[in-house]
Design a protein around this ligand. Structure first.
Ligand code: ATP
Ligand code: MG
Length: 1014
């Protein structure tokens, strides 16, 4: 047998896979078909029944109670509810069992109001006969429950949060009151009239529940429940088809019957409304609609439509027919005196009406029409003959299967195009509200269905959690899913775990041959729950959910146990494994989550936890190597969350997460994770990484200076053959050389660091090594033209497809270009680096990008702009705790202040730097040179000459022409300030020679300007 997760061969009797640790026991036989559904639960109880029992003879009491129960039952059943049980004098009913309906919440409220009404009728009678009255209180709540398909599983409904809250609401209601829960209110739509009773603390529930007192239900007209006030978009072809149908009727081709079909919410009613408004001058029209329940006559919709037409007309020759209709159809929607006579009368009336101008008769929601109405519509279509009557029947697709209408034409409404949906979304959000133009995920979830889009946006604005599934959509889609055949339902369930797209092979594999899921796909496609995905490969057709919401609701309707099982199996699918550790780990993580939710804390769950954590950690490390910082942080944090405190396996993950968080600028959290790693008993490699990262972050704190940490870490990394570690350690050693101005030595180390990084495709380390090589090319002995050529070559070799590399190399490249007097090209390179750094979320870039930008400004003689940029860089460095860069920024700023004659400010800037010992050469040279100039300005001749001399002498310890030139130029400034023209000119000549040797064009000009000032 093979492991269900990783497919490796298993030893006989193995309980866990020795390779990946997944439990080996094959999933058991499918449990009872158990699913989660959104239902509405109603509790109704008698108030003061004890007093009543005292007042009435027991036999009378029994008869009164039985009548009360009977009245309540009738109301519940008339509205499609299921009587769950009687508990004492209380009645419990569920709306949504056995089958979910889209309007279960409204039905429950209608039933509750009906119960109060019925009771008041009974009370009138009881008051007269027995002198007593009954009072009830009612609680209604909507939410998820688990329900099985068999009768015994219904008992499970009695338990659960949704049911408990309904019962508690009832107990909190006063006599004659109906209290409803928050999701009932949302699911029932905006026409429900309520009064808030505020948050109720219900027994056994930690959080308060916002309860509302029901005052009335309000109408269920679509224009009240939905957003018919929003501007109409698209549907040009459909409007034209309606026009054409009317034209055919009007130009003598006789009566037409047009069917408009589409799923709930696609906009059938709205399309008709829109078209009728536009067409109003050309035709007389009347509309009616069928209802899902309620005691109206079966032809009532036709009667309503006809009434709309009669208002305006004087009918010659139709008086007799009208008289027939007024005894049935127009009285109570029934076919009195007979169907045949009603039809004949209708045809006469419509024909008479159509004599003046064409007539449109539209019946909406025909999927709820009874057989009689459908028969009558068919007869009208067939027998209206030459009359200019256009019958329009609007329906959801289910009618087309169960009872096709004899239509002369049909319009199928599918989703809006992406562009139209985007337009509608913009219309739906308040124009004044913040609209960041990023509803891509939302459009994807709605899949072009205008109602879904509307509901998603409404939830977003009400609850500030745009991800939430609106109960209205859940009810609509849940009702469609609840009617599926078992094999279809299973296929949909399995697919919802795989993802928005899936193949028949994947489902067959997940079903493990239990059910013919493959053959269920055409039916699901026919029901528009899924569709072939484009582009569909002929060999392995790919399907997709018609919208993200369909997938979400299907997933929501699965029991957690089923989700756990399927996720665990999905982790082993070849396609998932090919997608990588992130995909496998996510399935394992979900399987673990649902098993934990169910309290299944056994060995299997524990093993799942371990393999999920390991797989996610591996995926996180890969994302990190690929420089995908935010994905890495997500994966590593999830891996950490699956770990247990003190577990050794968690330490490398914590260390990586710490490193990623520092790179993302979340320094405090990163530092704390790394400190934890250092204090835990861990692998020496993890310790070495943590110490090195902490030393870089806080060079003066406990972890030691970066160079020392790197020296200590390098042998550890070498022994463990840790390539990334070696790259990092050599990088830090090289940076130490750079700080001392030894660029030749640095370059050798960096070249090795680069090959370590490249060998494991560590993008961050590769980019860091390349960026540092670029800095040595700029500051080191290689003349600018040759350095620029090498930098360009490195960009070409390593930069393609690696954004991080393009960030770090473009910065020194920009400097080299500016040194060659190509400022425009320099700025372009810097701009690319900035754009990519922002995309990557690279926090450190907030410091080093402005430093480079300032340098470019200096090289193009825009000192003030440079000063501003450096101030910004200093702020960012302080914010991110990047102390190491602060000194460099301060020195650069002080030089600019001196160059622009701001002596006092320069002195202030340099003051905090003076005390530090062990400063790298390149910095000391700078600092002494600047302090020499300052001393000269203050007339301290001896000190000034000494400092300038120190700078020049220390500069000879570096191999940097730039450092040496700068020291010589600082000395020249100092000497001139002291009035020593001759030696000043000599120092300037030395500076010029170094600038020229480097090919530093701006430097050569600075010396020339200095000489001219003389
Ligand atoms: N083309 C459109 N432009 C703007 N809004 C639209 C458009 N089509 C539909 N809508 C909106 O989407 C919502 C749903 O539309 P409508 O009620 O007409 O759907 P339906 O297909 O009749 O659904 P049902 O089958 O449930 O009756 C309404 O708020 C409507 O205003
Ligand atoms: Mg409609």
């Amino acid at each position: 047998m093979d492991c269900p997760a990783c497919r490796c061969e298993l030893p006989p009797d193995a309980r866990f896979c020795p390779s990946c640790g997944s439990p080996c026991t094959p999933p058991g036989p499918a449990g009872p078909a158990e699913g989660r559904k959104l239902v509405t639960v109603l509790f109704c109880d008698l108030v003061g029944s004890t007093a009543l029992s005292g007042a009435l003879d027991p036999e009378t009491l029994r008869s009164v109670t039985l009548r009360y129960f009977e009245l309540m039952r009738r109301q519940i059943e008339a509205h499609g509810g299921t009587l769950e049980k009687f508990i004492g004098d209380a009645v419990m009913a569920v709306f949504g069992v056995p089958t979910v309906r889209e309007d279960d919440a409204r039905r429950a409220l209608a039933a509750a109001l009906g119960m109060l009404d019925a009771l008041s009728g009974l009370n009138t009678e009881l008051a007269a006969t027995l002198g007593v009255r009954l009072d009830v209180r009612i609680g209604v709540n909507t939410g998820q429950v688990v329900a099985g398909s068999d009768a015994s599983a219904r008992q499970a409904l009695v338990a659960g949060e949704t049911v408990n809250i309904a019962a508690r609401l009832e107990q909190n209601a006063g006599p004659g009151q109906i209290l409803i829960g928050p999701d009932t209110l949302r699911a029932a739509g905006p026409t429900v009239r309520t009064e808030s009773v505020g948050p109720l603390l219900l027994k056994g529930k930690a959080d308060a529940v916002t309860a509302h007192r029901l005052l009335g239900l309000g109408a269920d007209d679509p224009e009240l429940l939905r957003r018919f006030d929003v501007r109409f978009v698209g549907r040009h072809a459909e409007l034209a088809e309606l026009d054409a149908a009317l034209a055919r009727t009007a130009d003598g081709r006789g009566a037409q019957c047009l069917l408009v079909h589409g799923e709930a919410g696609q906009g059938k009613t709205r399309l008709l409304r829109e078209w009728l408004e536009r067409t109003a001058p050309l035709a007389a029209y009347g509309t009616g609609r069928c209802r899902p329940y309620g005691g109206q006559g079966s032809l009532q919709p036709l009667a309503d439509a006809l009434r709309g037409l009669l208002g305006e007309a004087l009918l010659e020759g139709a008086a007799e027919a009208l008289a027939v209709l007024s005894t049935g159809l127009l009285r109570d929607g029934t076919p009195n005196p007979s169907v045949a006579e009603t039809c004949a009368a209708l045809i006469r009336v419509l024909t008479a009406l159509a004599g003046r101008r064409p007539v449109v008769l539209a019946i909406d929601d025909c999927h709820w029409a009874g057989p009689l109405l459908l028969d009558v519509l068919d007869r009208l279509a067939a027998e209206l003959g030459p009359a200019s009557v256009l019958l329009i029947c609007l329906t959801r697709p289910e009618l087309l299967e169960s009872r096709p209408l004899a239509a002369t034409g049909a319009i199928g409404l599918s989703g809006l195009s992406e562009q139209e949906a985007r337009l509608l979304a913009a219309e739906l959000v308040d124009v004044n509200a913040h609209w960041d133009g990023a509803p891509a995920g939302l459009l994807e979830r709605a899949g072009g269905n205008p109602l879904h889009l509307e509901q998603l946006l409404a939830v977003g604005s009400e609850t500030e959690s745009p991800g939430e599934l609106p109960p209205t959509v859940q009810a609509l889609l849940g009702a469609r899913i609840d009617t599926l055949e078992p094999a279809e339902r299973l296929a949909l369930d399995l697919a919802s775990v795989v993802g928005r797209e899936f193949t028949a092979e994947e489902l067959a594999e997940l079903a493990q041959g239990r059910d013919p899921v493959r053959s269920a796909l055409p039916a699901l496609s026919h029901r528009r729950l899924i569709e072939p995905a484009r582009p569909a490969g002929p060999a392995r057709p790919v399907f997709r959910f018609t919208s993200g919401l369909v997938q979400e609701v299907a997933y929501e309707c699965m029991s957690k146990r089923a989700r756990a099982e399927v996720h665990q199996r999905a982790a082993g699918l070849p396609s998932v494994r090919a997608a990588g550790d992130g995909a496998v780990g996510t399935h394992l993580e979900q399987a673990h989550r649902y098993r934990s939710d169910l309290g299944l804390l056994d060995g299997d769950t524990e093993t799942l936890r371990g393999s999920a954590a390991r797989t996610l950690a591996r995926a996180g490390a890969q994302a990190m190597a690929g420089s995908d910082l935010s994905r890495a942080e997500d994966l590593l944090a999830r891996a950490m969350a699956l770990g247990r405190p003190g577990e050794p396996a968690g330490i490398p993950t914590a260390r990586r997460l710490g490193e990623v968080r520092i790179a993302l600028g979340r320094t405090v959290q990163g530092r704390s994770l790394l400190t934890d790693v250092l204090s835990a008993p861990a692998d020496p490699v993890d310790h070495a990484h943590a110490r090195l990262a902490l030393a870089v972050l806080d060079p003066l704190a406990g972890a030691g200076r970066p160079v020392e940490a790197a020296r200590a870490a390098l042998p550890v990394f070498e022994a463990a053959n840790d390539q990334l570690g070696q790259a990092r350690a050599r990088l830090r050693l090289a940076q130490h050389h750079q700080a001392h101005g030894r660029h030749g030595a640095a370059d050798a180390l960096l070249t090795r660091a680069l090959s370590h990084a490249a060998s494991v495709d560590g993008e961050v380390e590769r980019a860091a090594a390349l960026g540092a090589i670029g800095i040595s090319l700029w500051r080191g002995p290689t003349p600018v033209p040759a350095a620029a050529v090498r930098c360009q070559a490195l960009l070409a070799e390593h930069g393609r497809g690696r954004r991080t590399v393009r960030v770090t190399l473009n910065c020194p490249m920009a400097v080299l270009l500016a040194l060659q007097d190509e400022p425009a090209a320099a700025r372009e390179h810097l701009a690319e680096a900035g754009r990519l750094a922002r995309e990557l979320g690279y926090a450190e870039a907030e410091v080093f990008l402005p430093v480079f930008a300032a340098l470019i400004e200096v090289l193009t003689d825009r000192q003030n702009a440079a000063l501003e940029l450096l101030a910004g860089a200093a702020d960012a460095a302080r914010r991110l705790g990047a102390g190491a860069l602060l000194d460099t920024i301060t020195l650069d700023s002080a030089r600019l202040l001196l160059d622009t004659g701001q002596w006092a400010a320069a002195e202030n800037a340099l003051r905090p730097l003076a005390a530090k010992s062990g400063r790298p050469h390149a910095e000391s040279v700078d600092l002494d040179g600047l302090r020499g100039r300052l001393a000269a300005a203050q007339g301290q001749a001896e000190r000034a000459v000494r400092l300038a001399g120190c700078a020049v002498a220390e500069a000879t310890l570096t191999d940097s022409p730039v450092v040496r030139a700068q020291a010589a130029l600082d000395q020249a400034h100092t000497l001139r300030l002291l009035g020593r023209g001759g030696p000043a000119a000599e120092a300037a000549a030395a500076a010029r020679a170094w600038f020229a040797a480097k090919g530093h064009q701006p430097g050569v000009r600075w010396v020339a300007a200095f000489n001219e000032e003389n």
